[in-house]
Design a protein around this ligand. Structure first.
Ligand SMILES: Nc1ncnc2c1ncn2[C@@H]1O[C@H](COP(=O)(O)OP(=O)(O)OP(=O)(O)O)[C@@H](O)[C@H]1O
Length: 560
C-alpha cells in the first residue's frame, strides 16, 4: 500500500529531494565562500567584494530552496496521509468481516486514528533528513577535495561511529516496537475501563482487578521501555556531539605534531567543514530516531492485515450479475462446515456443521437450539460474513465460492443481528434514502412515532433504549427490501405486543413479498408459523422439518 502511494507521489518526492539537495548545495557554497573569504582576510586583511556577493547569493539560495523543499514535503506528507486514510478505508471495506472481527474494533480505530497521524508527523521530518544526508555527503566530497589522506582518517572515524550508532539504534527500534505493543494493550485496557464504567462502579473487585492487570501492569511495562527508548536515542545524539569535538581537537593536535606538511588552509577548511557538518550529523541521528518511529507506525498499519483495495470499485458498484441473482428461487446448503480459528490461548475452537439443507424463496425458516449451539454462527455463514471452511452455499445452483460472488450474494441480504449497529439513515430498495412516508406506518405500528422523527429518511434521534433501537433496525431491514432477511433473536427484550406484531404482521408481510425470512428464535409459541424449522445442537443440524411434511406437535418435538 505504502509502495503504491510512494509510486503515485514519485514526482513531488523527486522535486522535494531536488530542492533539498539544492538547498544543501547552496549551504555548502556559503561555507566554501566563508572559508575563502577568511583565508583572504588572513592573508591580505581585506575581503573581495565578488566573494561577498557569491556568499550572499549562496545564502539566499539556501534559504529559498530550503523553504521550497519544506513546503513541497509538507504538501506531500498531507497527500500521503490523505491517500493512506482513503486506502485504509477501502481496504477495511474489502476485508472479510471474520478478519475484522478477529482484529477487534479498538485496534483498527487506534491504527486509523493515531498511527496514521503519527506516521504523517514522521514524514514531515523527511526534508530535514534529506537535507542532512545531502549536506553530509557534499561536505564529505569537499573534505576529499581538500585532502584525501586526511579525509580518509576522518571517514574512518565516522564509519566507526556510524556502526556504533546503528548498533544502538537497532536496539532502540526493537524497544520501540515492544513499547508500541504495550501502548496498544494499555489503550485496550483503558477502553475496557471507560466502556465498563457501569459494571466497575458496582463491582469494586472487578474495578481493582482491571486496574491492576489491564492498566497499571502495562503502565509499568511502558515506563520500563520508555526509559530505554528515551535513553538510547538522546544518548546517541550526545555521544555524536562529543565525538565530533574530539575529532576536531585531534586534527589540531595531529596537525601540530605529526602532519607538519599539511597546509594551514586545509586544516582550517577541515575544521570549519566538520563543525558545519556537526548539526547535520546530529539531525541525521535524530532523524533515524524519528524514522524508526515512522517505521514502527508503518509496520502497525501493515500488520493489520487488511485486504487489498484492488477490487474496491467493483466492491461498491452494482453488477449486472446481481440482476440475475435477484431472481433466485432456491438456496442449497451442501455439507457446510465452519470452524473458528484459534484465538490467542483459547484451546476450544467451535465448529458448525457439516450441514446440508435447502431454503425456498418465500419461506419462513425458524432456527432454534440451546445457547451457544451455533445459531448465530450459522446465520453469519448464511449472510456471507463468514466463509465456510468446507462445503458450499449455492443460489439456484450457482455456488458462492469467491469474494466477488459472495459480495453479490450479500446484496440480497438484510439482517438484524444481536450485536447490530443502528445507522441513522434508512435506505430504500434502490439504495437511495427512503421516503419518510414509507417509514411512518412502521414507526406508528411499532410505537416509535412519538420517540423519533425522520427527515429525508434519516432518524433524527438514536438516543434510545436497546429494544427501541432494535425496532428501528427492524424497520430499516424491512425497507431495504432485500430478498433474504435474517433476524437473530429479535424479540429478546421486546414487550409481548411487539413480539406479536413481529411474528404475526412483519414476518407474514415479508413472506407475502416473497422473501426468505430466517428467524433465530426461542419463542416456541410461534413455531407453528414457520414453513421450515431447524434445530441445532453443538453446531450440528439435528432436526430439519418442513411444516407441510409434518403433522406432529412441533412444540413438543422441538422443545426439550
Ligand atoms: N468470534 C468468535 N470466535 C471464536 N469462537 C466464537 C466466536 N463467536 C462465537 N464463538 C463460539 O461459537 C459458539 C457458538 O456461538 P453462537 O453465537 O453461534 O451460538 P448461539 O447458538 O447463537 O448462542 P446464543 O443462543 O447464546 O446466542 C460459542 O460457544 C462460542 O464459543
Amino acid at each position: 500500500m505504502i509502495r503504491t502511494i510512494m509510486i503515485r507521489c514519485k514526482w513531488p518526492s523527486v522535486f522535494a529531494i531536488t530542492l533539498s539537495s539544492l538547498a544543501a548545495l547552496a549551504g555548502l557554497g556559503m561555507l566554501n565562500s566563508i572559508i575563502i573569504n577568511l583565508m583572504e582576510l588572513m592573508s591580505s586583511h581585506q575581503v573581495n567584494r565578488v566573494g561577498f556577493i557569491i556568499f550572499a547569493i549562496a545564502g539566499i539560495g539556501a534559504l529559498l530552496f530550503g523553504l521550497g523543499s519544506r513546503y513541497v514535503t509538507a504538501k506531500l506528507s498531507a497527500d500521503v496521509v490523505c491517500e493512506l486514510r482513503v486506502q485504509l478505508t477501502q481496504r477495511l471495506m474489502c476485508t472479510p468481516y471474520s478478519i475484522v472481527e478477529t482484529l477487534g474494533h479498538q485496534r483498527i480505530l487506534s491504527v486509523i486514528n493515531s498511527d496514521v497521524a503519527k506516521f504523517a508527523d514522521g514524514l514531515l521530518r523527511i526534508p530535514d533528513f534529506i537535507y542532512s544526508v545531502v549536506t553530509v555527503a557534499l561536505c564529505a566530497g569537499y573534505l576529499v577535495a581538500l585532502s584525501w589522506p586526511l579525509s580518509l582518517v576522518v571517514f574512518a572515524f565516522f564509519i566507526i561511529c556510524a556502526l556504533g550508532v546503528q548498533l544502538f539504534s537497532r536496539a532502540g527500534i526493537r524497544q520501540l516496537h515492544i513499547l508500541r505493543g504495550h501502548e496498544q494493550d494499555l489503550f485496550d485496557g483503558m477502553t475496557t475501563l471507560v466502556k465498563g464504567m457501569k459494571e466497575f462502579s458496582i463491582n469494586v473487585n472487578r474495578r481493582r482487578f482491571v486496574y491492576k492487570n489491564r492498566v497499571t501492569r502495562h503502565c509499568k511495562d511502558i515506563k520500563e521501555h520508555r526509559v530505554k527508548v528515551s535513553f538510547i536515542f538522546p544518548m546517541l545524539n550526545h555521544i555524536s556531539d562529543k565525538l565530533v569535538l574530539f575529532l576536531v581537537g585531534s586534527i589540531i593536535f595531529c596537525a601540530g605534531n605529526y602532519w607538519l606538511n599539511t597546509s594551514f588552509n586545509i586544516i582550517i577548511g577541515f575544521i570549519l567543514t566538520i563543525l558545519y557538518m556537526v548539526k547535520y550529523i546530529d539531525n541525521l541521528v535524530g532523524s533515524i530516531n524519528r524514522l524508526g518511529d515512522v517505521y514502527s507506525y508503518f509496520k502497525n498499519i501493515e500488520n493489520l492485515g487488511l485486504s487489498h483495495a484492488a477490487n474496491f470499485e467493483t466492491h461498491i458498484q452494482n453488477n449486472t450479475k446481481l440482476v440475475d441473482m435477484k431472481q433466485w428461487n432456491e438456496i442449497k446448503i451442501n455439507q457446510l462446515y465452519f470452524k473458528y480459528n484459534r484465538i490467542d490461548l483459547d484451546e476450544y475452537c467451535f465448529s458448525v456443521g457439516p450441514i446440508t439443507t435447502q431454503f425456498k424463496r418465500g419461506d419462513v425458516v425458524f432456527i432454534t437450539g440451546g445457547n451457544g449451539c451455533g445459531k448465530t454462527t450459522f446465520a453469519k455463514l448464511m449472510l456471507g460474513l463468514y466463509r465456510p471452511t468446507k462445503g458450499s452455499i449455492s443460489v439456484d445452483g450457482l455456488p458462492i465460492y469467491h469474494q466477488d460472488e459472495c459480495e453479490l450474494y450479500q446484496q440480497l441480504c438484510s439482517a438484524v443481528l444481536a450485536d447490530f449497529h443502528l445507522f441513522n439513515q434508512v435506505l430504500g430498495a434502490d439504495d437511495e434514502p427512503a421516503n419518510d412516508a414509507d417509514i411512518m406506518p412502521y414507526l406508528q405500528r411499532l410505537e416509535m412515532d412519538k420517540k423519533v422523527s425522520t427527515h429525508h429518511g434519516c432518524f433524527l434521534s438514536t438516543s434510545l433504549s436497546q429494544s427501541q433501537k432494535k425496532r428501528l433496525a427492524l424497520i430499516m431491514s424491512c425497507l431495504e427490501d432485500r430478498s433474504i432477511c435474517v433476524f437473530d433473536e429479535w424479540t429478546t427484550e421486546q414487550d409481548p405486543k411487539f413480539k406479536e406484531i413481529f411474528y404475526t404482521e412483519i414476518i407474514p408481510q415479508l413472506k407475502r413479498k416473497n422473501k426468505l425470512v430466517i428467524v433465530i428464535t426461542q419463542d416456541d409459541e410461534y413455531f407453528e408459523l414457520a414453513d421450515q424449522l431447524i434445530r441445532l445442537e453443538s453446531g450440528q443440524l439435528v432436526k430439519d422439518i418442513h411444516l407441510e411434511q409434518s403433522e406432529i406437535n412441533l412444540k413438543k418435538y422441538f422443545v426439550k
